[in-house]
Design a protein around this ligand. Structure first.
Ligand code: NAP
Length: 263
């Protein structure tokens, strides 16, 4: 698509120069759902945020919520599955903040279909947005994260990537791939004190799961020992822990946030 990023208003030079010593996080797919919850929770913990999304409106709203916590925020429109967009995104982070401490690879999509009906297009799309994006963002973020001296990468996997799910062969493959990337980069980037971990949510109430038919939802929830769907904040709590100083000696791990549905 764009081959470049578009910045929302208010961000770049506007505010918060005084907070230049604050940690800076990039959160992809921050325009709603889990990404927004992560961005706002990080802000509440004193982190400045770059909210990235396909749509600028959602990212702008998230940036405004971050600013409500007194943190600096910019909104950027980028397709994280496209290398030129990702390259431009991290160039903008360097230009506007001059540092990066936390990368949360959260952007994700589903295009569910049984094997016989799954198109090559929807295989490629889901793998590109959920998995290739993680590779691209890590690759372009690593120089900035090295400079921070204690970088954190948190990737969003899924219970589906751990246990499989009928109708989600594309998504399951991509999310299992995210676990492979996490374990590998946990080893590879340790020499620069960059930790790399994943969070694997179960069934979380967001736009992504809104369309799940009532019958399937009931069946799914019956398989959850805690007997409820998770909230975006349930996931954000785990992401923020892995992004915090408290997780300094944790790397290459997958933290399940699934109410006990898969252990
Ligand atoms: P969501 O509500 O659908 O939000 C996903 C966000 O990612 C949207 O704002 C979307 O933008 C953005 N996005 C999609 N493709 C993008 C791209 N190519 N570049 C940049 N941004 C893009 O999903 P969610 O439920 O919060 O899920 C967040 C993450 O958790 C995903 O990785 C998902 O796979 C994972 N997860 C979710 C669940 C769950 O039950 N919800 C369970 C396990 C794992 P647009 O709005 O413009 O499309």
């Amino acid at each position: 698509m764009t081959g470049g990023v578009e910045a929302g208003e208010g961000g770049a030079s506007a505010e918060g120069r005084a907070s230049s010593e604050a940690r800076v996080a990039v959160v992809t797919g921050a325009g709603r759902g889990i990404g927004r919850a992560v961005a706002v929770m990080l802000a509440a913990q004193g982190v400045d945020v770059v909210a990235v999304d396909l749509g600028l409106d959602g990212a702008e709203e998230t940036a405004a919520l971050v600013r409500n916590h007194g943190r600096r925020a910019i909104a950027l429109k980028a397709d994280v599955a496209l290398d030129p967009d990702v390259e431009a995104l991290f160039a903008a982070v360097r230009e506007e903040f001059g540092r990066l401490d936390i990368l949360v690879n959260n952007a994700g999509i589903t295009r569910d279909a049984l094997l016989a009906k799954l198109t090559e297009h929807d295989w490629d799309l889901v793998v590109d947005v959920n998995l290739k994006s993680v590779f691209l963002c890590c690759r372009h973020a690593v120089a900035l994260l090295r400079e921070s001296g204690e970088g954190r990468i948190v990737n969003l996997s899924s219970a589906t990537g751990q246990m499989g799910n009928v109708g989600q062969v594309n998504y399951a493959a991509a999310k299992a791939g995210v676990i492979g990337v996490t374990k590998t980069l946990g080893k590879e980037l340790a020499r620069w004190n960059i930790t790399v971990n994943a969070v694997a949510p179960g069934f979380i109430e967001t736009a992504m799961t809104e369309a799940v038919p009532e019958k399937v939802r009931t069946m799914l929830l019956e398989s959850v020992p805690l007997r409820r769907a998770g909230s975006p904040d349930d996931v954000a709590n785990a992401v923020c822990f892995l992004a915090s100083d408290a997780a300094a000696y944790v790397t290459g791990q997958v933290l399940a946030v699934n109410g006990g549905m898969y252990v």
